[in-house]
Design a protein around this ligand. Sequence first.
Ligand code: ADP
Ligand code: MG
Length: 479
Amino acid sequence: MSQHIYGIFDYHRLHQQFLHTIAYDALVWTSLHGLLVGDKSVQRSGSVPGVGLVHAPVALFPTPFPENHWREACELAPIFNELVDRVSLDATFLHDSLSRTKKADEFTSRLLDIHSMMIQINKKEEIRLGLHRSDYMLDEKTKSLLQVELNTIASSFASLSNLVTELHRYILSCHGKLLELDSKRIPANDAVNQYADALAKAWSEYNNPRAVIMIVVQAEERNMYDQHFVSAVLRERHNITTIRKTLTEVDQEGEILPDGTLSVDGEAISVIYFRAGYTPDDYPSESEWRARLLMEQSSAVKCPSISYHLVGTKKIQQELAKPGVLERFLDNKDDIAKLRKCFAGLWSLDDSNIVRKAIERPELFVMKPQREGGGNNIYGDDVRETLLKLQKADSQEDAAYILMQRIFPSISATVLLRNGCWHKDHAISELGIFGTYLRNKNKVIMNEQSGYLMRTKVSSSDEGGVAAGFAVLDSVYLT
Ligand code: ADP
Ligand code: MG
C-alpha cells in the first residue's frame, strides 16, 4: 500500500519505539479509566465473577471517516427509531414477513409465539423504550454509506465506546503534534450518559419510585463493565438502583403481582434492560423461555419488547428494503429517501435470480441466518456451497437465511492493541450510531442520536464483532 492512500494516516510509517510508548500510555489509561473487559483465563474457582480483568481490545489511533457521511449516519438515527416503533405496532406485517422464517428457524418461531400470545391477551405496551444501534460501512467504490444491520436488543458498547473516544483524544493531545493530528477532529461521544438518561426517563414514566431497573444478563459475560457503567450512571446521576439477573434467575425468582407489576426476588421492576436473550444459547431450557414470557406479560417497560426485538431481525431488515414497504410505515418522503439510500441490496432466498447470481459470484454476497452476536454469517465459497446444498435439500430451510450485497469498505492502516500486545495491520471499519427512543402513548419523550461506536477489524477477517473476538473498539477522526 502506498503512502499517498493514507496521507497523514499512514500509521505504518511510525517507529516501533514510538508505538511502544503509545501502547504503554494506552494500557495505563485503559486501566485507570475502566476501559476493561473480563478475562476468563484469570478466573479462579470460588472467586466472584470479573476478578480477571484485561483492557478492552482497542485501536491505538482513531480511524479517518468523512464528515459528510458521519453526519448522514447521525441524521438517520431518529428516523430509524421512529421506523422501529411504527413497524412494531404492525403485527400483521411482522407475522406475514416472518411466516416462512418461522417454519425454518426455531428461535424466531419461539419469539413469534410469545408475540402471538401477547396479541391474544390484548397486551399493549404504552411506554416504549428503544436503545438501538444502527451499523454502517462506507462502500469504497460507490462512496455510499450502507447499513449493515440495526440492533434493537442488547446494543452494546455505549460505555466502552465513550471511553475509547476519550482515550484517543488523550493520545492525540499527548502525541498529536508528532502525528500531525488534532484531537478536536474526534467527535464527542456521550453514549453512556444518553443510554442511562433514556433508562432513567423510562423509569420515571413508569412512576413507581420504589421500583428498580433490572438488567437481564448472560451467566457468562466478558463485557460486563460496559453494562456496569450504565448502572453506575443510573445510581450516581439519577439515584436509581439496578439489579442484574439471568433469565434462569428471573424464572426462579420472578412473579407477576395482581396489579401487573413484575417482582423479582421481592423487588418491583420498572424497566427490563436486556443484555441477554438475543441468541438461542441464552435459552438452554424451557426455564429461560418461561422467564421471557413472564417479563413480556408484566407491566414493566421492556427494552426491548418482543415486537421491538422482532423488528430488529435480519428478515425484517430485508422486507423493509423491498420497494414500497417503507411507505407503509412512514409519511415523510425525505425520511423515506434517506433510509432507502443507506439500504444495501437485500434478498430473500426465494428469489431464484439472485440465488443463481450468488452461486456464480459468491464473493459479492453475504449470507445471513436469523442470528445476532457475531460469527454466524457465511462468506465466499461457503455461500455457494450452502446455496447448492439448500437447493438439493428442497426443504423450507432456505427461509432461515437472507442474502445481502457484500459491502467493501476502504482499507486503512491501523495499530491494534489486544491483550497488551500491539501490531500494525490493514483494516476496515464499521460505524455504529446509537439511538434512544422513548414514548408514552402518543407522547414522544425522546428520539435522538446518542453517540457512536467505531469498530475496526483486520481486512482479512469477514466477521466484525468485538466481543466475538474479531474487531477492536475504535473512534472516528473526521476528515
Ligand atoms: P450480527 O448480528 O452477528 O452482528 P451483522 O449483520 O452485524 O450480524 O454481521 C456481522 C459482521 O459481518 C458485521 O459486523 C460485518 O463486519 C460483517 N458483515 C455483515 N454484513 C456485511 C455486508 N453486507 N458486507 C460486508 N460485511 C458484512
Ligand atoms: Mg452486527
